[in-house]
Design a protein around this ligand. Structure first.
Ligand code: AMP
Ligand code: MG
Length: 395
């Protein structure tokens, strides 16, 4: 049997980081920056007021309370300004440019709010409530480096430097296909021998959680030709494909039967539980990576976390490797098969303890839905006593 690490290494050696493209900012959330972003101008571009109040010379209000004539009114967005002279005040709003001659802003709360003359109750330091040009960013300064994941704040500063479009590595487009003659759509009646398809929902959502754009392509029955047709139809819009089911040792394994003869997808047993039957390779003229995951709901989900998630990180241009683990204090004994790495479902508490959930079968999706971590038990370990330190992967 192949080790978990060797399988992931093969996958990461095959998948390619997506080529950069230039996107409108509205479409760039969750992508990876592929260029250096710098500001062409200082930010703020000009000295401006940090508060609503009065622009003054600090020296003129040192003897406050004082009354000064209000010679102008400057709103945010004002362009043409009169310089202020000695003993003058100018009413000014937050974000409005500071007029020449002024060196401080008196907050309106420290005044009587006058519009012809203003009484100023307190003195201010020079520079009070003034935001200097370039205080946030100098002209030419790099604000974001390539490899940065673009979230809301990052989008904000890109727009804040005046950019409308940005070069990024896009979110990978991942098509998710469930196979199984027993599957019917949720929302319809179950017939004899049928179950509702859950994997395509789980896996599409897992793709989204992992920073990709998941497309649920629905289910196909256990017919290799129908599977190939559906795959073919979906490949045009896919950077990667995930299938579930149809890769085990039984009869009617459409994924294995359809892709096996191509020679570009390898079906292997990986030394893990759940999720032993795995397949990975490339399909189509564009050599699109395909992950053929086992059908049991917990198996396909665990396989996604171990193999697909790191691959998506590589496609996004991010550092990629095995999922991060952390130690936890186990509160119940565990059994694990010899020679396989186990990923048992558990609840990790804030105090660092972890409790396995009831129902560790690979079909027990309800138990998975209660868990927040996978408890890892190494290949050679078969019994783990309560109280032991274990490594867990957060999910
Ligand atoms: P397979 O890998 O196709 O042999 O399927 C293994 C088990 O997983 C069977 O019990 C299937 O009914 C179940 N299964 C397969 N695909 C799905 C799916 N999309 N949703 C829920 N259960 C599934
Ligand atoms: Mg099946």
């Amino acid at each position: 049997m192949k080790s978990v690490d060797a399988h992931l290494a093969d996958i990461l050696a095959t998948v390619r980081t997506l080529a950069p493209l230039e996107l409108e900012l509205e479409r760039a959330l969750g992508t990876t920056l592929a260029e250096e972003v710098s500001s062409p101008v200082p930010l703020p571009p000009f000295d401006n007021s940090a508060m609503d109040g009065y622009a003054v010379r600090a020296a003129d209000v040192a003897a406050a309370p004082v009354s000064l004539p209000v010679i102008d009114d400057i709103a945010a967005g004002s362009g043409e300004l009169r310089a202020i002279g000695q003993g003058h005040a100018v009413r000014i709003m937050t974000g409005a440019p500071l007029p020449a001659g002024a060196d401080a802003v008196v907050p309106v709360e420290w005044t009587d709010g006058g519009t012809v003359t203003v009484r100023i109750d307190r003195p201010v330091r020079e520079g009070n409530a003034v935001r200097r040009a370039g205080e946030d960013v100098q002209a030419g300064e790099v604000v974001l480096k390539p490899g940065t994941t673009i979230g809301a704040a990052q989008l904000g500063i890109i727009a804040g430097t005046g950019r409308r479009r940005v070069w990024v590595r896009p979110r990978p487009r991942v098509v998710v296909l469930s196979t199984g003659a027993e599957l019917v759509e949720p929302g319809t009646q179950l017939g004899p021998g049928q179950i509702w398809d859950s994997n395509s929902f789980t896996l599409t959502a897992a793709v989204r959680e992992a920073g990709g754009d998941g497309f649920r392509a629905g289910t196909v029955t256990d017919d290799p030709a129908a599977f190939l047709d559906q795959l073919d139809a979906q490949l045009v819009r896919a950077d990667a494909v995930i299938t579930s089911g149809g890769v085990s040792m039984g009869a009617y394994e459409p994924v294995k039967e359809a892709l096996g003869p191509l020679g570009t997808v390898r079906f292997e047993k990986v030394a893990m539980q759940p999720g032993m039957p795995q397949g990975f390779g490339v399909v189509g003229d564009d050599q699109v990576p395909i992950f053929t995951l086992p059908g049991n709901p917990v198996s396909s989900y665990v396989s996604f976390q171990l193999f697909v998630r790191p691959a998506l990180r590589k496609m996004r241009g991010l550092p990629a490797g095995p999922p991060a683990t952390r130690p936890a204090h186990l509160l119940a004994p565990l059994h694990s098969p010899e020679g396989k790495r186990s990923f048992l479902r558990g609840v990790l508490a804030d105090d660092g303890t972890v409790t396995p959930v009831h129902g560790q079968g690979s079909h027990q999706l309800a138990a998975l839905a209660l868990a927040n971590c996978l408890i890892m038990v190494p290949e050679q370990v078969t019994e783990v006593p309560s109280g032991a330190s274990v490594q867990v992967i957060r999910i």
